[in-house]
Structures are given as structure tokens and as C-alpha cells.
Design a binder for this molecule. Structure first.
Ligand code: B3K
Ligand code: ZN
Length: 876
């Protein structure tokens, strides 16, 4: 077997034939579904008239093939594992084919598969080729007519994209529904769902007065868990009209919840398919975080109707064109709907932990990669989140009004087309008159730019000189980097007044908060008329996805923490201050020296806890220490134990000194109000539970009692889960064991709650976790074939830093075992799961060799192209 080969962006060729119309008939059967296709093809003008017809097709059993009604013989075509080549075809013709597929044995969850007895599809990126022979590429867009035939009893509901146009009974207890989608689409947006589903229905009137029927389809027991998703959908539809002028286009919009799904959800035209974890909520079963996540994902998939579906990608290298833009859109929606600063803090804090790590590791790639082996491996934080940061920078660079005009132009000019990132950026350049040529490097250069900054105040001339030097580290395949165009939003905060000072640059008054543009490797910005010595507040609101180093003193950080007018940077100053203290403690731990708490951190926390200025949700974020994963990101060599010990020491020191203040915060934020996922309540719960976490870090007797009380409430999973987690993660097994048992029994029937039950247990710091994982893998609620279970148990364990990185290497071996098994069952999930092992360079030599040994063991296996690509890069 030869190694899988990459495809290159530079090899892109337009298709020789396009599909004008696609007609499909599915005769459903678990082991032998028959798919008939009638495809109307036309040769493109530019194509050679001798060009063969090349169709993708994988794991299909070919039954028949005909062109314009004439059956083809084996001499007319060539068939292999990846598709079909028909040697000669006319300029326009109809291709009729019939194939057989087996949904019940499809464990990869790509193409047509069964989940809890229901049929469903996942075609992005290249799953449609597992359904029928087709030019499976996004630049082939066709209208679709789809007939679904199923069993009246087992599949009373038969869904596909678009509008239902016919239905009827058939012989043998079968029935059919015929669907038509009038909007030309690439086949990755095709969807089919069939099963015993129940719906909740609502309506939305669009801005032009059209009535749209909204349906959420679920298993019967989940009918009471759809309210929040429906409300989120309606808010999203309204937001996209008001913010982008985008109206929904069909008369029907459907969401379906399925239990087995590789990702969060999928934006199939008119028929979004969701992982049940990304759509179902109920106060009793879902936490605040889940409520907010559901809102964001519902919005994201809905927004794709324009950014992705009406205007799609020319090829998969352009994936961030739809994903980066759509993530930016959903982030703005959530910011508008909830607390904007908290949304930004949470997004950035995740981004700086996880995307920075990706950008610094062996799988680093640009926002627009130039080659890949397996596109499924490129649904990454770089494509999604860094892509969104790049669109956010564009928006800030050209200003919202120009951005909106650029986006209108983009949707109008390219409606019904498959386009490139250049097309998008060009619309923004035209709308604003800005030169975005240097900016385009954000799409082609991988790696996180680092900026070293320093400033000097000149008392004599009242000048502040700020020097910025940028550097982007080498990444695989990209040893040399060019300077980026980096927008830096900033202010100068006067140390006397505590106020933002007016910024005057080269004689021009820029206001008190302005954006400066770093374009060269090194630039000095001289601010004049600076009346008092300032502390610079740089990269406000995280105006660019970069690492910024400024030699702040702890006093300066404490000053910014209370005086910065930018909420995001106030939070960031607190994180930086905590990081300095943590660095000292990590060093102390490593050197076996007694740990001493930095009183400046304690005093900063005291000010936060007793002051009244900050809103509760922001306060809760400010009281939260950087995560172990984020701290690790900042270290040259990751010492998991020292990081854990240092962070615990800070938590406990704060809790000991500020015990009464934390208790007062807890008490002040308890409420008897019935649960609602409102921003006010979420903020209050978050603050209260943060306080409880601190108190539990010292196992304060009263806090333990409060946890026991909170774990028993019945109407509020946020509180229950938090309290249960604190008990399980404490040393009070006498209390946590019965609580876990009761919880597991109470929720045995609910897979989404059982996922939480798994995660709570395998994220605790105690050393028994590996054995627990092994034990729980045998639990009846666990299944290796269900991606949510794998994420909840194995994925969560791999994030448990002290336990996954055990010095005996057993954590790594366990992960490798699961990867090897999943490589056969579900390569997409296997390739994702292996990620923590690929970060071996970050650890000490001992762990490095243990991690590499497991990667090598995986590489010995006959590998899917997915796992092959990741492991190959990791060992390169
Ligand atoms: N577009 C889908 C991606 C699914 C691909 C999985 N292989 C999810 C989203 O971004 O909306
Ligand atoms: Zn998306």
C-alpha cells in the first residue's frame, strides 16, 4: 500500500463537466440501501471535448450505469476504490446510476449512516461520494430533487433539503416523500433524515413579510428540550436581517437532533443536522455553558445559509472563507445577545490556549492551507477561530459600514457561485478603498506573530515613544516569514489621572482609544503632548491574534486592572499579573523552595471582591485564574506537576486570606428564582460558583455543606454539575462517591447527562483517574462508536494534565489504544483524538520519548489517511 498523497491548491482546475440537475431516489434499508441517481451534465466551454467524465465514489457497490438510457459496459469506464472514469461522453447528457450502500455498518459517520435507528447523512466535506458517484467538489452546484422511500412503521418521517412536493403510500408497507431544493448547491450540503421523529413547530415572518415554518425534529423523549434552540433560531434569523440584511430564502427550515455525530452540527440547505449535544437543552439537564453553546451553534449553522450555502467555496482550501466569516458572525451575534466583554474574554481565552498551541505544533497550517492529505483534518481552530479573528481584523480595519457594504457586494455579486478568499477580501478592499495586499499574508502564513514592545516616557518633551518589533516563528514548511499588517488598538492610561490620555501621532489627534498599524518588522510610534507618564494599554479587545510581550511591572498591571477603560484589557492585566506570580511559584516548586504568595495578587483580588464597579459576569472571569493549559502554553518546557501545584497554591492562598469575601459573594448571589438562561442569571450563577470553587479548594466546612446542598437541587444542572464537580475533585470521597452514584442512577436514561457524569469523574486531579477511565469504558452508557462518549470520557481524560501525563506513560498508552481502535471505526474522530500526543515537543525528555513511542506504535498500524497525516506530521 502506498502512502496517501497530498493535494495542492496550486493544482486547482475547474471541473470539465458541471451538473445542471441532480435527481436521487433512496430506497432505505439498513444493510442495502439502493440509491438511484439521474444527473444532467453539461461540458464546460473551456474543457476539451475529449475530456473524460471523472466521478468520485467510495464504498459503493455499482449495480448499473447508463448514459441517456443506454447501459454502459465495463469497457466504457474504469472503476477503482476512489471513483469512476467514463472515457467518452457527449457535451450534454444524462447519467443514470444505481448503487448499493450499507448505512448500518457505517461507523465513520460520513455519508448515509444510522444513528439510534434513524437514518441521517453527513456529507461535508467529502461524504457524498459514499452515497453515489458524483463530482464531489464544492464548485459543482446543482438543483436537487430527492425521493426518499422508507418503511411506514420504522421511518414515518422522511426528510431532505428544500420543500416537500409529493408523498404517497407504496406496496409492502413502504411510503415515499419527494423533496425539491430550488437553490443550486454543492453536494456537501445534501441531507436526508428518516426515522421515528417528532417535531416542535414555530413560525418566523421575514423582513419582506414571508412566513417561514420552523421545525425541530427529535426523538419523542426530547420534545421538552427544544425551546431554547427554537428561540435561538428566531433570534438568529432576526439578527441576520438587521445586521447583514440577509433574509431566509425557503419556506421551511428544519433542524434535526441526532445522537451520533462527528462535529457539532451541519448547515445542510434547509435541513440542518445537529449533534443532540448542540441543540437539546433543559434546565434540569443542561448547564449555562450548554445553553450558550446551543445558541451560538444554532446561529452559526443558520448564518451559513448565506455565508457558505448561497455563496460557497470554490475548493476546500477556501474552507475558512465560509467558516471564519461565519464564526465571526456567530461571535458578534452572541456578543449582542449576551455580555459582549464576557463573550470576548471567553473566546480569546480559549483561542490563546488552544489555537496558539495548534499554531506552535507540528500540524500548524495557514488559515488557507496550500496542501492537505485529508480535508477532514482541517476543520481546525486555525481555519475556524483564527479565520474569524482575521475577518474581525478586516472589519475593524475598514470600519463596520464599509464592511457591511463589502459583505452586501459579496453576497450579491457571488450569489449561487463557488468563490475564493480573494473574492471576499476584494469586496472589502473595494468598499473601503483600503490596500489589503499585505493583510493577505494572514491567510498564507502560519504561526502566531509575536510582538516585543517597549515604551519610554520623555518628561522633558512630554512624548511617549512606543517601539514594536514583530516576528512570526517558523512553522512546518514555512521557515521564513514576512512582516504582517497588525492592527493594534491601544490607549495610554495616565498614571496620575487614571484616565485615557489623548493620543497624538505625527501631529494628528487620534482620540483616546485608537488603532495603530504595525507593518514593518520594527516601528517606533512617537506620541506627543502626553501630559503625564502613562501605562500603555495595548491590543485592546485582542485586536489581532498575536502574542504581545511588554515588560509590565506588577504595579503597572495592578494599575491597569483597576483603571483600563477597556474591559478586555482589565481582565488581561489580571491574567498577566497572575501569570507573573505563577511563574515564580512554578520555579519555586521545581527548585524545592518554599512557595510564597505574591501579596499584590491577593490585594488585587481583594479589590475585585469588595469593589462594586465591574459587572458580575466580567468579575467572575477576572476572578478565574489562567487555566493549567494556558499556563503551560507560556512555559518553555511544560512541567505539568509544577503548574498544577503552583495554581492550586494560588487558589488556596487566595481562599485562605479572602475566605469571608468569597463567602459574602456566594451568599449575595444565591437566588430562589426559577432557572432561566438569561445573561443576568448566568452572570450571577457564574460568580457564585466561582466563589464556591475557591472555598472548596480549602475544603472549607461550610462550603462542603453548601456543595452538598447544591448537588441536591433539582431544577438547575448548572448548579448541580458545579457542586458535584467540586465534590468529586476534592478529597472528600466519602461525600462524592454516593453523590456520583445517585447522579448516575438518576440520569442513566439520558445520554447527554451521562456524558457529563463521565467527564466530571475523569477530570479530577486524584491519581486514580486512569483506572476510572478503564472502568468507565466498560460502563453500559459508554460506546466507542459514539463520538460524544469518546469526547466525554477519553477526550476529557487527555485534557486532565496531571493524569494524562503520568510518568509511567500509561495515560499515553491508553489514548493510543483508543486511537488505534477508532482508526478502523471512525478515522475523523481518531485523528482528532490523537492531538495531545502530537504536542510532545513541549514536554521534558522523558515524556517526549514516552509520547513518541506511542505515536510510533500507532504508525505501525494500517492507518486511515486521516490518522496517517497527523501522525506523520507529528513524527516528522
Ligand atoms: N460545516 C460543518 C463542518 C462539518 C465537517 C465535518 N467533517 C460544521 C460547521 O462549521 O458549521
Ligand atoms: Zn461552520
Amino acid at each position: 500500500m502506498s502512502d496517501p498523497q497530498p493535494v495542492y491548491l496550486s493544482d486547482y482546475q475547474p471541473p470539465a463537466y458541471r451538473v445542471i440537475h441532480t435527481e436521487l431516489t433512496f430506497d432505505l434499508d439498513p444493510a442495502a440501501t439502493h440509491v438511484k441517481a439521474r444527473l444532467l451534465f453539461e461540458r464546460n466551454d473551456q474543457a476539451d471535448d475529449k475530456a473524460p467524465l471523472v466521478l468520485d465514489g467510495e464504498q459503493l457497490t455499482l449495480i448499473s450505469l447508463a448514459i441517456d438510457g443506454t447501459a454502459l459496459t465495463e469497457a466504457d469506464y474504469q472503476l477503482d476504490d476512489h471513483g469512476l472514469k467514463i472515457h467518452t461522453v457527449p457535451a450534454s447528457f444524462s447519467l443514470e446510476s444505481e448503487v448499493k450502500i450499507a448505512p448500518s455498518t457505517n461507523t465513520a459517520l460520513e455519508g448515509l449512516y444510522q444513528s439510534s435507528g434513524m437514518y441521517c447523512t453527513q456529507c461535508e466535506a467529502e461524504g457524498f461520494r459514499r452515497i453515489t458517484f458524483y463530482p464531489d467538489r464544492p464548485d459543482v452546484m446543482a438543483t436537487f430533487t430527492v425521493t426518499v422511500i422508507g418503511d411506514v412503521q420504522k421511518e414515518p418521517i422522511l426528510l431532505a433539503n428544500g420543500n416537500p412536493v409529493a408523498r404517497g403510500e407504496m406496496e409492502g408497507g413502504r411510503h415515499f416523500v419527494k423533496w425539491e431544493d430550488p437553490f443550486p448547491k454543492p453536494c456537501y450540503l445534501f441531507a436526508l433524515v428518516a426515522g421515528n421523529l417528532h417535531k416542535v413547530e414555530d413560525h418566523f415572518t421575514t423582513m419582506s413579510g414571508r412566513d417561514v415554518t420552523l421545525q425541530i425534529w427529535v426523538e419523542e423523549e426530547n420534545l421538552d428540550k427544544t425551546e431554547h434552540a427554537m428561540a435561538s433560531l428566531k433570534r438568529s434569523m432576526e439578527w441576520d436581517e438587521q445586521t447583514y440584511g440577509r433574509e431566509y430564502d425557503l419556506d421551511l427550515f428544519m433542524i434535526v437532533a441526532v445522537n451520533d455525530f462527528n462535529m457539532g452540527a451541519m448547515e445542510n440547505k434547509g435541513l440542518n443536522i445537529f449533534n443532540s449535544a448542540a441543540v437539546l437543552t433543559h434546565p434540569q439537564t443542561a448547564t449555562d455553558a450548554t445553553f450558550q453553546n446551543v445558541e451560538g451553534i444554532v446561529a452559526h449553522e443558520y448564518f451559513h445559509n448565506w455565508s457558505g450555502n448561497r455563496v460557497t467555496c470554490r475548493d476546500w482550501f477556501q474552507l475558512s472563507l465560509k467558516e471564519g466569516f461565519t464564526v465571526f458572525r456567530d461571535q458578534c451575534f452572541s456578543a449582542d445577545t449576551n455580555s459582549a466583554p464576557v463573550k470576548r474574554i471567553q473566546d480569546v481565552s480559549f483561542f490563546r490556549t488552544a489555537q496558539f498551541a495548534e499554531d506552535a505544533g507540528p500540524t500548524a497550517h495557514p488559515v488557507r492551507p496550500d496542501h492537505f492529505i485529508e480535508i477532514t483534518n482541517f476543520y481546525t481552530l486555525t481555519i475556524y477561530e483564527k479565520g474569524a479573528e482575521v475577518v474581525r481584523m478586516l472589519c475593524n480595519l475598514v470600519g463596520w459600514e464599509n464592511f457591511r457594504r463589502g459583505s452586501d457586494a459579496y453576497f450579491e455579486r457571488f450569489d449561487g457561485q463557488a468563490v475564493t478568499i480573494e473574492d471576499f477580501v476584494e469586496c472589502m478592499a473595494q468598499a473601503s478603498g483600503e490596500d489589503l495586499s499585505q493583510f493577505m499574508r494572514w491567510y498564507s502564513q502560519a504561526g502566531t506573530p509575536e510582538i516585543d514592545a517597549y515604551g519610554e516616557y520623555d518628561y522633558v518633551h512630554s512624548e511617549y515613544r512606543l517601539t514594536l518589533r514583530q516576528r512570526t516563528p517558523a512553522t512546518p514548511g514555512q521557515p521564513e516569514k514576512l512582516p504582517m499588517h497588525i492592527p493594534i488598538r491601544m490607549g495610554l492610561v495616565g498614571t496620575k489621572s487614571g484616565q485615557d490620555l489623548t493620543l497624538t501621532l505625527a501631529g494628528e489627534k487620534l482620540g483616546k482609544d485608537a488603532v495603530i498599524h504595525l507593518r514593518d518588522e520594527e516601528q517606533t510610534f512617537v506620541f506627543t503632548d502626553v501630559a503625564e507618564a502613562p501605562v500603555p494599554s495595548l491590543l485592546r479587545d485582542f485586536s489581532a491574534p498575536v502574542k504581545l510581550n511588554f515588560p509590565y511591572s506588577r504595579e503597572e498591571l495592578a494599575f491597569l486592572l483597576t483603571h483600563d477603560s477597556d474591559g478586555f484589557n482589565r481582565w488581561d492585566a489580571g491574567q498577566r499579573l497572575a501569570m507573573l506570580a505563577l511563574d515564580d511559584l512554578i520555579a519555586a516548586h521545581r527548585n524545592g523552595v518554599e512557595k510564597v504568595m505574591d501579596s499584590r495578587v491577593t490585594e488585587a483580588f481583594r479589590t475585585l471582591l469588595t469593589g462594586s464597579t465591574v459587572d458580575k459576569a466580567v468579575l467572575s472571569e477576572m476572578l478565574t485564574l489562567p487555566s493549567e493549559a494556558y499556563i503551560a502554553e507560556q512555559q518553555p518546557i511544560v512541567d505539568v506537576d509544577a503548574i498544577h501545584a503552583a495554581r492550586e497554591f494560588v487558589r488556596q492562598s487566595l481562599a485562605l486570606v479572602l475566605r469571608d469575601e468569597f463567602m459574602a459573594i456566594f451568599e449575595a448571589n444565591r437566588t430562589d428564582e426559577p432557572y432561566a438562561p438569561t445573561p443576568e442569571q448566568i452572570a450571577q450563577r457564574s460568580l457564585k460558583n466561582t466563589a464556591l470553587s475557591y472555598l472548596m479548594s480549602i475544603e472549607d466546612e461550610k462550603a462542603v455543606a453548601l456543595c452538598e446542598e447544591q448537588v441536591a437541587v433539582d431544577h438547575n444542572m448548572t448548579d448541580v454539575r458545579h457542586a458535584l464537580t467540586l465534590l468529586v475533585h476534592s478529597d472528600r470521597d466519602d461525600l462524592s462517591a454516593p453523590a456520583l452514584k445517585a447522579f448516575g442512577e438518576k440520569w442513566a436514561h439520558d445520554p447527554l447527562v451521562m456524558d457529563q457524569w463521565f467527564t466530571i469523574q475523569v477530570t479530577r486531579p486524584q491519581p486514580d483517574v486512569l483506572e476510572r477511565v478503564q472502568f468507565l469504558m466498560q460502563h453500559p452508557a459508554f460506546s466507542i462508536k459514539n463520538p460524544n462518549k469518546v469526547r466525554a470520557l477519553i477526550g476529557a481524560f487527555a485534557q486532565n494534565r496531571v493524569n494524562f501525563h503520568r510518568l509511567d506513560g500509561k495515560g499515553y498508552a491508553l489514548l493510543a489504544d483508543v486511537v488505534i481502535e477508532l482508526n478502523r471505526l471512525n478515522p475523523e474522530i481518531a485523528a482528532r483524538l490523537v492531538t495531545p500526543l502530537t504536542r510532545w515537543q513541549r514536554f521534558d525528555e522523558n515524556r517526549q520519548s514516552l509520547m513518541r513511542a506511542q505515536l510510533k506504535r500507532i504508525k505501525e498500524e494500517p492507518l486511515s489517511s486521516n490518522v496517517y497525516e497527523v501522525v506523520e506530521k507529528a513524527l516528522a
